[in-house]
Design a binder for this molecule. Structure first.
Ligand SMILES: C[S@@+](CC[C@H](N)C(=O)[O-])C[C@H]1O[C@@H](n2cnc3c(N)ncnc32)[C@H](O)[C@@H]1O
Length: 277
């Protein structure tokens, strides 16, 4: 039984980091490939209104997109992300937060093929409704980790977003296993895997397990926001980037420094990281 609802968290600092990376990854691939095959393994419903019961409960967006909305500096990745979110809102003022399915539907063109997996029945129904006009998309009410069973054409460039809720503890293990499969079997695929930093011990173990795969195609992008300690609560988040281009990694280096300055708590004792693992 799945109880996680992304509506409680949509538009928070973790969504901002994830969606900036996703947009930059897509843009960097489109420079070299006419058509992209995009797979969203944990899609959610795609559309989160600030006034909804979920969003208005914790108001996590107030510490995320609502702060960034006032961004006045020059980082191109942040500026482009804000432009996309505003375009989807059809207004300069942001009143709903678009999830990864809406962002990718907006960015993609008809030469791209999009696949969305969502296991939760109600979220799946909403997702189909929110994307009902989308003609380049397929929807699966199935376990997104099974995307590796889908026929992936190695002649086409594939971009995968793996964004589990980690409400089931073995999601961390499934992520490591998926990375192992990607490294062994896929040459033409870029993947972004979002992860929460819950405490020092869990995080070190997760990263160490990824390191043990022994791949030279994996980069860790981590944005700490609170003091890392042993308590279990979200201290920050990261993206495991599989086979990302140098262009994307360099873009994210500048971007993450700015996000850190904008979002971090005063007592945050860790610096952001971009490193091969
Ligand atoms: C973090 S949310 C996704 C947010 C979305 N990717 C975005 O950026 O807007 C995770 C979603 O995955 C769904 N989910 C959980 N386990 C799943 C699984 N094994 N396969 C597919 N979907 C799953 C949850 O119902 C939830 O809607």
């Amino acid at each position: 039984m799945l109880s996680y609802k992304h509506g409680y968290h949509a538009g928070n600092q973790a969504d901002v980091l994830k969606h900036i990376c996703l947009i930059q990854a897509y843009k960097s691939l489109k420079k070299h490939h006419n058509s992209i095959s995009y797979i969203d393994t944990h899609a959610g419903s795609g559309d989160y209104k600030f006034e909804s019961d979920y969003m208005s409960k914790n108001k996590e967006y107030e510490n995320g997109i609502s702060i960034l909305e006032n961004y006045k500096y020059e980082n191109q990745s942040i500026k482009f992300y804000l432009k996309i979110i505003r375009n989807i809102n059809n207004s300069k003022k942001i009143s709903f937060y678009p999830g990864s399915p809406l962002i990718m539907s907006h960015l993609s063109d008809n030469s791209d093929k999009l696949s969305f997996y969502e296991l939760h029945n109600n979220e799946f129904i909403l997702l189909r409704k929110n994307l009902s006009k989308q003609i380049n998309s397929k929807f699966f009410n199935k376990d997104g980790f099974d995307f590796t069973n889908q026929k992936i054409n190695s002649n086409e460039k594939t971009l995968v977003l793996i964004d589990p809720s980690y409400e089931i503890k073995d999601d961390f293990e499934k992520v490591v296993n998926t990375l192992r499969i990607l490294d062994k079997e896929y040459a033409n695929l870029t993947a972004l895997i979002w992860y929460p930093v819950l405490n020092v011990e869990n995080n070190d173990l997760f990263i160490e397990n990824i390191r043990k795969i022994g791949s030279n195609r994996i980069t860790r992008i981590e944005l700490p926001l609170k003091k890392y300690n042993e308590d279990i609560e979200m201290k920050g988040s990261g993206i495991i980037l599989f086979d990302g281009s140098k262009f994307l990694i360099n873009n994210m280096k500048e971007c993450i420094k700015e996000l850190y300055q904008i979002f971090k708590d005063e007592n945050c004792n860790i610096k952001p990281k971009i490193q091969k693992i």
